[in-house]
Design a protein around this ligand. Sequence first.
Ligand SMILES: Cc1ncc(COP(=O)(O)O)c(C=O)c1O
Length: 352
Amino acid sequence: MNNTVIPHSRPSLDRNDSDAVSRVIRSGNIAQGKIVAEFEREMATYIGSRGAIATSSGTASLHLALVALEIGHGDHVAIPSFVCTALLNVIRYVGATPILVDINRETYNMDTRHLKKKITRSTKAIILPHLFGLPADIDDVISLGIPVIEDCAQSVGAVYRGKMVGSYGTLSCFSFYATKVFSTGEGGMVTSNSKKLLKKISDLREYDNRKNYITRYNYKMTDIHAALGLSQLKKLKTFLTKRVSIAEIYSSELQGFCKIPSLSYEDRSHIFYRFIIQISGSVSNALRQISQQGVMCARPIYKPIHKYLHFSGFPASELAQKNSLSLPIYPTLSKREICTVLDVLKKYCTTS
Ligand SMILES: Cc1ncc(COP(=O)(O)O)c(C=O)c1O
């Protein structure tokens, strides 16, 4: 057993980040203020959307998106089964019904053909995650004529047909959780090209000093978090280059040992938030054996949503749960750590 453990995820923080946060603390303006507004402007510019509203988390962003679209009781919202439960939670928060859709076995993104079969007149929104850093089939989904909420929690910086993900949806949501592509600790953002929806979301995110009463939320981001976000956003290009270069090394080194993801796509870029391999043996066994060698891998999704809800009929999600393993991939992974990950994985794949 090695003494040093290589974690599955790790935030990429440096002195510039801590200086930016310290400056806000020293200023005394630590709630939502000018720095949040600046972070919103920078994000809107980066994504190429008309505007952006910062929130306290990705979940808060998705929740506000559903509220702004006036989704409620009796409405159906389509989501993939192979995704974290944040999506199910927000549908439940507004009292709507989740409609689960299977995924594409190769890309892990929503299977558009299955989606088409699941749509009815009650389907009032589709939450479309770009999972693990790879853009989903956005154009196909938008062409269905139902409001699309892009979930870019794992894919900020990914490009689809020449434009950033997050610039396509009726609304698009981001997460800046500690181990996301870039981070504010906890935090989120909604982008949109609709001024009306952006205004609505801005109104819903805070409750104080309002002339009328509607149910509003306290989903604000603080200037402390936004300062970290701005500092991290400046490094995003470097972060993405690093992720892709690690993916290239993994890809060439693991060829023949296990099934690896495709590196290049004709019309979209993969930012490799996750590097997912497919193995033949048991994932639980693999996780145990690999961790004993000091490398922490993870299930890419803890449990598909149809399993929580005791539904059946999601063969691709089921298979993904059985054979997928997520490897450490993040900008601060050193060359030495990359070599250790590869040695341990190759050993596991040849002996299991
Ligand atoms: C695809 C996806 N959507 C939404 C979320 C929720 O984001 P947050 O943890 O910031 O609430 C996550 C977080 O893991 C996610 O991976």
